[in-house]
Design a protein around this ligand. Sequence first.
Ligand code: NAD
Length: 359
Amino acid sequence: MTLSHEKLEELAFAILEAAGSAPLEARTVAAHLLQANLSGHDSHGVGMLPTYVTNIAKGLLRPNSPLETVSDQGNFLLFDGQRGYGQVAAKSAMERGIARCKENGLVLLGLRNAHHIGRVGSYGEQSLAAGLISLHFVNVADHAPLVAPFGGKIARYGTNPLCIAVPAPNPDDHLLLDMATSKIALGKARVANNKGQQVPKQSLIDTEGRPTRDPSVMFSEPPGALLPFGEHKGYVLGLLCEVLVTALTGGPSIQPGNRRGGGIINHMLTILIDPAIYGEQEAIRQEISALIAYIRATPPAQTDCPVMVPGDPERQRRAIRRSTGIVIEKNTWTELVEAALSVGLNLDDLNLTEPQPSP
Ligand code: NAD
């Protein structure tokens, strides 16, 4: 099925509102999910809605939870998301952190106990829009482990994403690294499984610890495990995300002494830096522009695949998907329809253009 991003956002908004969110919350989460789909990260787009609806029914996600201020001391801010929608809690926490960074130049911002914050790059984009540099470290709690440590046979920690955003003079050059520290995010295994596709090599092991490209191993009982990207290097980076986030936000780590209720709880540690604190802005901006141009001009190994910088693939996909619409494969569409029905929503009332078969 192919839907325009406007229609898909309307559908997401209606499901979220019917599932109990106040209009502003439903609008914020729907916009976040659609931006993920537009950016090419379907793993963190509207396909998450059925999980959110299930988690609300189980009391694992609490709509309309206010962001609680745990600590506010100059450059240090710590918030608690109270199991509310992470997309709302993280956006609000970032707004507070950005305002403080504009005053103080440097902020350490913690957010704990937010339900799934979604695509972490979205918060990097918030700081880019404000002209700030940001670094984000995230862990995943309340959930069974998903990723096997390097050399391990079973999972012991989460997909712990990392994001670094650096503004450039031209917004089309902004650098936005936003990645899981596993070779693929769990959502990418879900999307591949729904499409009946294999995942890239060295992404997964089965329940016996054998390499496999079959994503269904992540959804069987007992499950297999995702592998870290870059062998031991991705593993240690993911582990250090876990440790830094836990040490500085107080959010529980994935060790088994902590509660595992089956939800998706994210804790995020963010460092916000105003580049203006170092003065000489124009010289630094020119340097970044020159470096990006130099890297992009690298002769490509394959003539039809030019060298890119982080953030380029998402910019390209957004330009395409805004005009072509977003393809929702059959299984995800079925899950969305079921989620809508489960919260009492009749899709016929939504004035959605009847989805057309994909070309
Ligand atoms: P990915 O592998 O698609 O991209 C990772 C990064 O590499 C991006 O910054 C991208 O711009 C860059 N990139 C990709 N191809 C490139 C190229 N050829 N040249 C230069 N740069 C390139 O991302 P992923 O690891 O699959 O993560 C997907 C999403 O999942 C992210 O948005 C992440 O925040 C999200 N995620 C969220 C959670 C959570 O718990 N909330 C957990 C894991 C992942």
